[in-house]
Design a protein around this ligand. Structure first.
Ligand code: BGC
Length: 420
């Protein structure tokens, strides 16, 4: 593999991503209530849902245990962030994406929790002192209970509460912040929560899905306007879940279907917010190979969750987005569930080469943030999917860097040196 030839731009951000609810522990929000209500049912249905997975014999014990689904103390990152940041340094990283949990900062409407704000100030300060660029996410799937009870993003009139929360966060700790993700994967949230009904508030309505998407776009745009007024230093984007959808053959139907799918999954939402994006945050996990009007993926490599993996296609994702929107790109998430660390190095190698090819073809890429630094709670799947560069022992909470992480850390050091 031609790793040594890779030249990344000076100041390229090398890092990892997390989200508050998945790592912090001790959260009380719409999701924590939902998990408690559903843990038993998820455990009971797990064999039916997951029994076909190749890794079922290995995950079965966890998947059948209701505790798997309750975030509880998660990985206790709230208290262990300093030693988790040590891992970033060990990996030679210079960037870290995390989210601030709205339900901690504003546990009841209009009442700010000073203790939580002080915590996040110390948190961000610690990153800065280590010369690690903080990439702040403001909404990563979880909502305060009071906001959810008002109907959350179903109503345009509720957007002002989100903007007020962001303004508070930035007035308190914004001095240390430059890069901001307003909303993580808007379509994933809208689809899981309002179309498929797998996530709270578990609605199944096309009309509502559409409305929530519109309101999320409005929320991004309003937040960006407010934020840019606060200080021109702030650079914003959403974290766009972007897959690569392509025709598997030359048939007209396959090509038309692939184009339409790509449009609806990427451009439909992006068009509403792109004018208020200073860069483009991209989360890449999947490709869709289309035959006729169906997706049939090669499945040569699948993750522990059964997801088809085509890391090299990241090149085409970013080339397409650059061509179309001409905004600098930061990969805000990218990774795989791989408990035994069998394929993570392979994934990372292909990803780095894909980024290199995209850079060579002129795409402006400013950073790569791997999902995730640590094993964490994977939403309705719970703890068994292991996305971490570091493995977490859920009993002792001990963190151990996986072999692929050591490799990646050394590679980052080389690449950073090579780009100076
Ligand atoms: C989300 C993360 C999630 C990851 C892996 C993304 O959709 O932003 O929260 O853990 O993918 O599924």
């Amino acid at each position: 593999m031609a790793e040594s030839k890779i030249r990344f731009p000076k100041n390229f951000l090398w890092g990892a991503s997390t989200a508050a609810h998945q790592v912090e522990g001790g959260n009380h929000n719409q999701w924590s209530i939902w998990e408690l209500e559903h843990a038993r049912a998820w455990a009971m249905q797990s064999e039916y849902q997951l029994g076909e997975l190749e890794k079922w014999p290995l995950i079965k014990q966890d998947a059948k245990d209701p505790n798997n689904y309750v975030s509880g103390r998660a990985i206790d990152h709230y208290h262990r962030y300093e030693s988790d940041f040590d891992l970033l340094e060990e990996l030679n990283m210079n960037a870290f994406r995390f989210s601030i949990e709205w339900s901690r900062v504003e546990p009841t409407e209009g009442a700010w929790n000073i203790e939580a704000i002080e915590h996040y100030k110390r948190y961000v300060r610690s990153l800065k002192e280590r010369k690690i660029e903080p990439v702040l996410t403001l909404f990563h799937f979880t909502l305060p209970v009071w906001f959810a009870e008002k109907g959350g993003f179903e109503y345009r009139r509720n957007v002002k509460y989100f903007v007020r929360f962001v303004e508070k966060v930035l007035t308190e700790l914004g001095n240390d912040i430059r890069l901001i993700i307003t909303i993580n994967e808007p379509e994933v949230y809208a689809s899981q929560s309002y179309y498929q009904g797998h996530w709270p508030p578990a609605r199944q309505s096309k009309r509502l899905t559409h409305r929530v998407l519109k309101n999320l776009a409005y929320a991004h745009n309003q937040t960006a306007r407010m934020t840019h007024k606060l200080h021109p230093r702030y650079k914003l984007s959403i974290a766009k879940n972007s897959s690569y959808t392509y025709a598997g053959d030359n048939a007209l139907l396959s090509r038309k279907t692939a184009d339409a799918m790509q449009y609806f999954s990427d451009d439909y939402f992006l068009k509403k917010v792109i004018d208020q994006c200073d860069f483009l945050g991209v989360n890449y996990y999947f490709s869709n190979r289309v035959y006729g009007y169906r997706v049939h993926n090669p499945e040569e490599h699948v993750s522990d969750m059964g997801w088809d993996m085509q890391p090299a296609n990241l090149e085409f994702v970013v080339e397409r987005l650059w061509e179309k929107y001409k905004k600098p790109i930061i990969i805000t998430e990218n990774g795989l569930a791989d408990a035994d660390d069998e394929l993570r190095k392979w994934w990372l190698q292909h990803t780095l080469l894909a980024l290199q090819r995209a850079l060579q073809s002129g795409v402006r890429i400013q950073g790569y943030l791997h999902w995730s630094l640590l094993d964490n709670v994977e939403w309705a799947y719970g703890r068994w999917p292991r996305f971490g560069l570091a493995e977490v022992d859920y009993i002792s909470m001990k963190r151990t860097l996986r072999p692929s992480a050591h490799w990646f850390g050394q590679m980052i050091a080389k690449l950073r040196k090579g780009s100076q």
